[in-house]
Design a binder for this molecule. Structure first.
Ligand code: GTP
Ligand code: MG
Length: 199
């Protein structure tokens, strides 16, 4: 898929504020600082579309982008950021869960997981919750340029083992690097195929 247009539409603090156009929507989620905003910029080829930062906790709202005038990409606040107050973490977590359950045009989550570290309980818990609520998702293993092949394979194996305790069939796992552009075709290809199937 070629990205011919990518526009920021709006930031929402509530699901009811999200755009009303009934376009298929893909939501990017994952631990704070995992690389959600960077991946969105890499996919769209627009360096400054989503704000990125070395400081975790940059994205605190639901940000909507309309791609090729035909689908939405939603950048969600990261979970598990220790420096947020407990109350703020809970507020954001509830927002994400309401979004997952209430957003009617949501097609799939992309759950981003950092390839540099072994899978964390918080990621596995979130994925389990999606499963229990029958929300479709794909996993994206991020920042693969920062680890060597051996460590990446080990972390992927650990992730697959943890997931196979939850799932009879493993979910789709794609690998990405926002720096190198790795995974762009696979992720956009998945979205294009899914959009096609919805027609
Ligand atoms: P929050 O909005 O705070 O939850 O973070 P986020 O998940 O949107 O992460 P963001 O895209 O802002 O990236 C966090 C940091 O990781 C930034 O310093 C990025 O430059 C860096 N980063 C993101 N993706 C990659 C990648 O694929 N490779 C490398 N080397 N660095 C990356
Ligand atoms: Mg962000």
């Amino acid at each position: 898929m070629n990205v011919t247009s990518a526009e920021f539409i709006t930031s929402s603090t509530e699901v009811s504020m999200c755009p009303k156009e009934p376009l298929p929507e893909y939501a990017f989620i994952g631990r704070s600082n995992v690389g959600k905003s960077s991946l969105i910029n890499m996919l769209t080829g627009r360096k400054k579309l989503a704000r990125t930062s070395a400081t975790p906790g940059k994205t605190r709202l639901i940000n909507h982008y309309r791609i090729n005038d035909s689908w939405f990409l939603a950048d969600l606040p990261g979970y598990g950021f220790a420096k947020f107050s407990k109350k703020e973490r809970e507020t954001l977590e509830k927002l994400v869960r309401r979004y997952a359950l209430e957003r009617k045009n949501l097609v799939s989550f992309f759950v981003l997981v950092d390839s540099r570290i072994p899978p964390r309980p918080i990621d596995l818990d979130f994925v389990r919750w999606l499963g229990e609520n029958r929300v479709p998702f794909v996993i994206v293993f991020t920042k693969t340029d920062k680890v060597n092949q051996r460590v990446r394979s080990l972390h992927r194996k650990l992730l697959e083992e943890a997931l196979s305790e939850q799932w009879a069939e493993l979910p789709l796992i794609l690998e990405s690097s926002a720096v190198k552009g790795t995974g762009r075709e696979e992720i956009l290809g998945f979205i294009a195929q899914t959009n096609e199937a919805l027609h």
